[in-house]
Design a protein around this ligand. Sequence first.
Ligand code: APR
Length: 252
Amino acid sequence: MDNTHGDIVILTGAGISQESGLETFRDKGGLWSKVNIEDVATPKAYQNNPRKVQQFYNNRRRRMLNGLIKPNCAHNALAKLENEWLSKKWGKVTVITQNIDNLHELAGSENLIHMHGEILKARCQKCGYIFTCNMDLGFGEVCAGCDRINVLRPHVVWFGETPLEMERIYGLLEKCKLFISLGTSGTVYPAANFIQFVGSSPNVYTIELNMEPSNGATLFDETRYGLATDLVPLVVEELLTCGIPQKITSRI
Ligand code: APR
């Protein structure tokens, strides 16, 4: 059976967007060193102080809208891999991102799942209407789905809430032949569990690309450390030239 081709799943985290100018969360000087998760990224925080939570996301939304934050060559390389892998009929490439920015879309990735939601979308807490949002929230806006006022929130998954599309994600992980984890510290579950889920299968080759070993680093078949903009284009070229590497099974 040709194991050098097949479906690929790539999990991305804040590290892939860092060189586009978006800070990560847990690196030195990261977002969570400047603001408490409990104050801005939980349902309780929203209940206690909706204006503070809305303002936190309004600021992040505005940064994405000012046109200064653009995809980098790592985002572009993943979009190229998806396109060429499919056109060669070698399988499907799906990006599962923990990021709420839209840089994968801007780079051209189409098979894309935002498991933590999207900063450029809003959701009605009453009727569930989800729509593209280019405006500040929390100032008396009306839901276009149910005409209620002051019911819109960022379509972002807060701590303690269930990430999106988990059934679809585990279905993709079950089928893939290559799992790449890219630019994530492996701190937040269930994303941090994906390597345990795929790593035990003899048919899946796993690669970690990061600046430093993540919490799950020892579970990967291969790890490479450095900048995403150096590592990702190289790995994509290797995959397009040589296909999926084969696991080294211990010879008895
Ligand atoms: N190239 C490659 N990796 C990088 C780069 C870079 N230029 N810059 C940073 N990194 C790596 C860091 O080494 C770190 O391990 O990216 C990782 C970022 O880790 P976190 O800041 O923890 O971000 P992430 O793993 O995406 O966080 C997961 O936590 O706060 C929640 O919802 C939030 O989606 C986020 C989730």
